[in-house]
Design a protein around this ligand. Sequence first.
Ligand SMILES: [Zn+2]
Length: 341
Amino acid sequence: MRKTLYIIGLSTFVFSCTSQQNVKKTAYKPKTPVSQAKPAVKTPVAEAAKPKITNDHGAEFFTVNLADPKNNDNTASYGSIVSAKPAGYKVVKTYFPAIGQNFRQRYLILHYTALADDKSITVLTQQGVSAHYLVNNTGDNEIYQLVDENKRSYHAGVSNWRNDKNLNDTSIGIEIVNTGYTADATGKKIFVPFSDDQVKKVAALAKDIVNRYQIPATNVLAHSDIAPTRKQDPGPMFPWKKLYDEYQIGMWYDEAAKQSFLDLAQTDFATRYSEPSFIFLIQTALQKFGYYLDLSGKWDDGTKKTIEAFQYHFRPQNYDGIMDAETWAILQALNQKYPAK
Ligand SMILES: [Zn+2]
């Protein structure tokens, strides 16, 4: 008898614990999703409040932002929903969207293909290299998407910027059709200009990507910035200043700041040019800005190529890879305006 009572008592205890847990669980559910989640909440109003999903060719898409953008600008959700399909169970996508989420896409990297239109498409779709987008040079209004923005494309290769590396993991890559450069008799690289149509396309595309993922200006870069010893693209003909001035995309220096650094630099630049401590200072400034290079205290090949990459982007009138007073002034003005965190 006692045993029976004990069992009854125990099961009551267990039941009450479970009940309590249930109560707690209910109490902790987030307000809005719970009202959406209640057994199909048999009122048409609550049903309509769920994040809407549309289905197109078998892929599902959210048509509204999932989370509250007032709490975190990076919670807006775009694109297709990829989720598990466990056998015998239903994965519900709309009840509990979390505010604690952000985007993996933190960089935008620009390239040129070094090939003409047809060849660019073939190489970027049929070989080991790829990009998320390809901007053609045919004068139409199309931009080709080759890779889903949520997936990696293989455009950056071995790459570094500030504290980040392997930027394929965290970037969107745009390839622009352009045949690149040819070397003249003196070995100087002569680059091919980009058409106005292409620049407008790239700017519109870049603006859309940068806005959606809230990519900071310091992370909108050339392939040559993140791999300066290997790459030249998109080269000095790409109008970074125009993108900054007309579309508020990427980085550019303030003219007044450059001028004041130039005034300072001109007093002793030539005399200090060969001092290892001065070279080290410049290498440190390049590294602080974001470039990956050895602080050797020498004008070595890696440093020259890094300076050349910097000039392609910020002083395209002369990209000889030699540090001069103007390049040094621009670098300091940029470091002042975009300090590393
Ligand atoms: Zn590239």
